[in-house]
Design a protein around this ligand. Structure first.
Ligand code: BGC
Length: 738
């Protein structure tokens, strides 16, 4: 197998069972995700097989992305003794994620206690060409023996969610069908609450074997192939798997079988070519090259690889969970992470994917309407955490930093997501000019979210202003707060922009306006109220000092400053902080005021950004991986380059160095998007001015020779090359595939 050049490879050269590596080596194609466990599935690994959109609740507190049967099982036996690295001398070992080819490669030479040396080499991938296909190929070479080799391929139907958490472990499916034949193995899982079915069909291709046997062990099905080998000969096994689910397909068994017959006819090598071609097309647009900083270059590429792996523009019914399809953290739920952190990447590098993620919010708009109504409001209130239907899925109970049971309030109070979604629709429209989307779907979301804010704002008669109280802003250390700057500002923005779009649509697309306003019952008298609320929403900003109070009363809290950093360069808690009472302090979890200054950068001057950066940076614990990227961008904006670079590495390496300590639970997908934003908006200095012109004001760290990337903007593709003292922009529209 020819691997790509070094800059495309993430390598691990020592054998270890590591849940962090399982996340890093996860393969995904937006439909399916499979964690990077070893094929053997050692007892202390945490396997994960996920299909986007397949959720189930059963005994768990809230719905979870279901951990489905594991289908990449392969064990090797020599004369019926299990060959495994724990009991062998490991002569050679390599595991490599080849990001260009989108595959996970393994090479291993093992010497067992009987001095038999076996070489195992091969790869697996989830096709980006046909997202239902998973393929694996291994070559086995018995170097110095003739003992019978048995290859046991298996599909394991015993998997559970939260495998190592006895109080939370849940089995979300039962097996509704098994078919075991010489030709193929078929296992069908059926979720317990909604009876979503997922059919997994695998067929093994091997040559020069002596015999094969297929077995049904009820919750585990397997096919074993015996080989009586000639030393030094190479024995190949190819495994074709097709996965289909009942949310999107019928006749799972039959259709899977058809897929597999087709796939076997094409052959694994050609399927790999097709997959690589599709991925290459994406890489040709989305790759960012940094010359002069190999570490940053590769880390950035890993983040882009992860984002490319999570998109599936053909499925508008799903969006990306906070941990991707890479693990069970946050139960596979979708947060503002998608719209505010990841979506910019898709808007500028893969607009079809951006559109499809926004369509997920359109399809869940009715649930957001119901949610608003249930809570006593109008319009649409998006849930803080969303799964398959768009209902509020945030758990009510969790654990604090000491493991004490605590009430989680985010589902009740973290309202800002509703404005975040509207914001992302504006971002998408401005960059793509996709008015078809806006007029048919986006505008409706925009108006319904504005309507929500108008009803959510509370009139304070004494002060003649509207307030939004009992909220949680982006910083989740402070709950039940009054007038969070970020929330109020973006709520006002949401209403004002909605009014602006109403005028534009009325004037330019009167038919569409009539259709939308009729559909959602929008009448002139209501708009008066919108204007009044948007003009009178209280924004806690004392312009004389430039420093913005994160919420009313924040400056009165006990002040604590961060002075120490741990070995991963992450902030340490200042002394004497009671971690059960974080509401008491000015310490914050993540960017909040600065977050808004990033989103609406043009509305704040340099001085204001600088003063707020300097104040909040010392008080931000970065306990959310959504934080460092924003400080990187804002640091560059105000010219604090060294801090900005540090923050950039924090966000870019969050998973590769596990600097939040929880990569085991899945990818930090928002941080991946934030890393892209830090590169493009930060170092590239890209921004859009009020005439919707694209501008670049780059700054590169002194050791960076150059940086190169491509951007889709208003249906054209541009190539941007930045060196220390030049910037060159080329129109590549002739290569534009759209
Ligand atoms: C952060 C949120 C984020 C969520 C999912 C939390 O820890 O505070 O901002 O949306 O994680 O990533």
């Amino acid at each position: 197998m020819k691997l790509s050049e070094e800059k495309w490879l993430i390598k691990k050269n020592n054998f270890e069972v590591s849940p962090v590596n399982e996340t890093i080596f996860t393969l995904s194609n937006g439909y399916l995700g499979v964690r990077g466990t070893f094929e053997d599935l050692f007892f202390n690994e945490t396997p994960g097989t996920y299909v986007a959109g397949i959720f189930d609740k059963s005994e768990s507190q809230v719905k979870e992305l279901v951990n489905l049967p594991y289908f990449w099982g392969l064990k090797i036996y020599l004369k019926y003794e299990y060959l495994n690295p724990f009991e062998c001398e490991i002569l050679d070992y390599k595991r490599i994620l080849d990001m260009k080819q989108g595959l996970l490669y393994k090479e291993m030479r093992l010497k067992d206690k009987k001095n038999r040396i076996t070489k195992i080499e091969g790869y697996r991938f989830l096709s980006h060409d046909n997202r239902n296909l998973a393929l694996m190929k291994y070559k086995i070479v018995p170097e110095n023996y003739k003992d019978r080799i048995t290859l046991e391929y298996f599909i394991d139907g015993k998997t559970t969610n939260s495998t190592f958490h006895p109080k939370e472990r849940v089995k979300h499916y039962f097996l509704s069908n098994h078919v075991v034949s010489d030709d193929y193995l078929y296992l069908e899982a059926c979720t317990r609450d909604k009876n979503y079915k997922v059919g997994i069909l695998s067929s093994v291709e091997a040559e020069n074997y002596h015999s094969k046997v297929s077995r049904n062990y009820i919750d585990f099905i397997a096919q074993s192939i015996d080989i009586d080998p000639v030393p030094q000969n190479e024995y190949t096994i190819n495994i074709y798997t097709s996965i289909l689910d009942s949310r999107r397909y019928d006749n799972l068994h039959e259709n899977n079988l058809k897929e597999i017959r087709k796939a076997k006819n094409i052959g694994i090598e050609k399927l790999l070519e097709n997959h690589k071609k599709k991925l290459e097309k994406r890489w040709n647009v989305a790759d960012i090259k940094i010359y002069g900083d190999e570490k940053a270059d590769k880390a950035l590429r890993f983040n882009i690889f992860s984002l490319l792996s999570l998109a599936n523009p053909d499925d508008e019914m799903v969006s990306i969970g906070a941990k991707g399809l890479h693990g069970e953290g946050y139960k596979g739920h979708v947060f503002w992470d998608t719209e505010i952190f990841m979506l910019p990447f898709y808007i500028y590098e893969y607009p079809e994917a951006a559109r499809s993620f926004l369509m997920y919010r359109y399809y869940t708009l009715d649930k957001a309407r119901e949610n608003a109504k249930k809570n006593g409001y109008q319009g649409a209130q998006y849930p803080w955490e969303s799964a398959d239907t768009g209902e509020e899925e945030t758990p009510k109970w969790g654990e604090d930093y000491y493991g004490n049971k605590v009430r989680i309030w985010t589902g009740d109070m973290e309202y800002h997501i509703t404005a975040d979604i509207a914001f992302s629709i504006r971002e998408y429209l401005r960059a793509t000019d996709d008015w078809e989307f806006f007029l048919n779907y986006g505008a409706e979301i925009f108006f319904e979210t504005a309507r929500f804010w108008v009803s959510r704002a509370e009139y304070n008669k004494d002060k003649d202003r509207y307030e939004i109280n009992k909220v949680i802003g982006p910083d989740e250390f402070h709950e039940h707060v009054k007038n969070n700057f970020y929330t109020n500002y973006l709520a006002r923005w949401n209403i004002k922009e909605a009014l602006k779009y109403i005028n534009i649509i009325k004037e330019k697309f009167p038919e569409s306006y009539n259709k939308i306003s009729r559909k959602i019952n929008l009448v002139e008298s209501e708009l008066k109220k919108w204007k009044e609320v948007s003009n009178k929403i209280f924004i806690p900003w004392n312009k004389t000092t430039h420093l913005i109070e994160q919420f009313e009363g924040y400056f009165k809290l006990e002040d604590k400053i961060i002075t120490k950093y741990n070995e991963k360069n992450m902030p340490e808690w200042p002394e004497n902080v009671d971690l059960t009472k974080l509401n008491k302090y000015q310490l914050i979890k993540q960017a909040d005021v600065l977050m808004l200054m990033h989103l609406l950068s043009e509305e704040f001057d340099y001085e204001t950004k600088k003063i707020n950066f300097e104040y909040y940076e010392k008080r931000t614990m970065h306990k959310s991986s959504l934080s460092p990227s924003i400080y990187a961008i804002m640091g560059l904006t105000i010219g604090n380059h060294s801090k900005a670079y540090e923050h950039f590495l924090r966000t870019a390496l969050v998973d590769l160095e596990d600097n939040q300590g929880n990569t085991a639970l899945g990818l930090h997908a928002a941080s991946a998007g934030g890393t892209w934003q830090a590169a493009i908006y930060g170092f590239g200095g890209m921004n859009i001015d009020k005439d919707e012109k694209l501008n670049f004001k780059p700054w590169l760290p002194p050791h960076w020779k150059s940086m190169e990337f491509n951007i889709y903007y208003k249906k054209k593709l541009f190539n941007v090359k930045i060196t220390q003292n030049h910037i060159k922009i080329n129109d590549l529209s002739s290569l534009n595939d759209k």
